[in-house]
Design a protein around this ligand. Structure first.
Ligand code: AMP
Length: 376
């Protein structure tokens, strides 16, 4: 089966519209080109995706004239970041298919609605409380205790828009340090590791996930992903099952990423693993970059297949994986990495290696003993 409604499936030669010009848009555009599709990138700033697409438009997300011209030129619209303004998503959805759809954006743009949605599905998150002012923060801290984490409901990424509430912290100062915005307070999760599931749901409801990734951060920015993650097969299955349930509940089309904490409870001398979902990213994700070199289908190709209404590809891994981000000056090692056998280097074409800026990544794939159950 190709799609619920074959008329909504794209054909090679058609054009995908991408909102956002960063490296994720760039890698989606490259994967689309390999499948015979064209891309048109729309963004308010020029970025790495502009270098590799067939067409681009420099326009603001509220410029309806520029958006309308862009929409005339594309068959479907997707995006590389979750903060697409709701009015933009609604304007586009009234004219062209947007995949993933605007309701997935609306839920995942707001940490309060996201965590409420997850708990309603029976999926565990950190305990959280809504915080609208400094008084609300004091009440929430009274309930959840310290240390806890104050996070803005919107526009948080890579640790931005959050602050730890420790013993002795001045709560009014903490609330105003985040701009006095609508926020949530989260209880601190004492996790063993951070993992993510990168999965995809097709237009026909088919779901496929890559193996669970284990992620390390430095200064709140992803630094390393290893696959397979160190967790039991049962917990890995549960992580993938949770992701499939989330995607189905959102009637999702495209690649979705669910970031989770792996917690170990020590129960009567036995260790029990437990998953706590931290965040849903309605898009391709940095922890899935390894799939370009380390899996039969990359997350980018998978996203393109899904939003085109095409069958999903195999998520089988080629070996055990070590992916490292090249942040800021780390990218200056590019020449050494090129000389290293087995290092697959990806540079995003950003000119200035500013501190904290994601400049590229390098993936190393190590052969694993053959597992007959994993054969295609
Ligand atoms: P976020 O912006 O929600 O993705 O959080 C960024 C990072 O902060 C996560 O990757 C964790 O390392 C840490 N973090 C966020 N929320 C919690 C929590 N409730 N408990 C413990 N660590 C957290």
């Amino acid at each position: 089966m190709i799609a619920r409604d074959p008329a909504s499936a794209l054909r090679p030669g058609d054009t995908i519209g991408i909102l956002g010009s960063g490296q994720l848009g760039r890698m989606i555009a490259l994967a689309a080109a390999e499948l015979g599709l064209r891309t048109h990138v729309y963004a308010p700033d020029s970025g790495p995706a502009f270098d590799v697409c067939a067409q681009h438009t420099l326009g603001s997300y509220d410029d309806e004239t520029a958006l309308a011209a862009f929409l005339d030129a594309v068959a479907v619209v997707t995006y590389e970041f979750e903060n697409v303004p709701a009015p933009t998503a609604a304007f586009i959805a009234a004219r062209k298919p947007v995949r993933p759809g605007p309701s997935a954006l609306a839920i995942t743009q707001d940490r309060l609605s996201e965590k409420t949605f997850l708990n309603d599905l029976g999926i565990p998150t950190a305990p959280f409380l809504q915080v609208d002012d400094a008084g609300g923060l004091a009440r929430a801290v009274g309930e959840l205790g310290r240390p806890s984490i104050l996070k803005t409901r919107r526009f948080g990424y890579d640790g931005k828009g959050q602050t730890m509430i420790r013993e002795g912290a001045d709560l009014a100062a903490a609330f105003s340090s985040l701009g006095g915005q609508a926020s949530i307070l989260e209880g601190l999760v004492r996790f063993r590791s951070e993992v993510s599931v990168v999965g995809a749901r097709g237009l026909d409801g088919q779901f496929a996930a890559f193996d669970v990734c284990e992620n390390e951060h430095e200064n709140h920015i992803l630094s390393r992903t290893q696959v397979p993650a160190r967790l039991s097969p049962a917990t890995a299955r549960e992580a993938i099952d949770m992701t499939a349930r989330i995607a189905a509940a959102l009637d999702y089309v495209g690649v979705i990423t669910v970031e989770m904490f792996l917690v170990e409870d020590d129960q009567a001398c036995a260790i029990r693993e437990r998953l706590v979902v931290n965040e849903i990213a309605p898009r391709v994700h940095n922890s899935g970059h390894w799939t370009t070199d380390g899996a039969v289908t990359s997350q980018f190709a998978q996203h393109v297949r899904a939003i085109c209404g095409w069958p999903l590809g195999s998520t089988r891994r080629h070996g055990s994986i070590d992916m490292r981000n090249l942040i800021g000056a780390e990218a200056l090692t590019w020449c050494d990495l090129l000389a290293e056998p087995g290092a697959c280097l990806h540079l995003y074409g950003k000119h200035e290696a500013r501190p904290g800026r994601k400049m590229g990544h390098v993936t190393r794939v190590f052969p694993e003993p053959r597992d007959p159950s994993q054969e295609l």
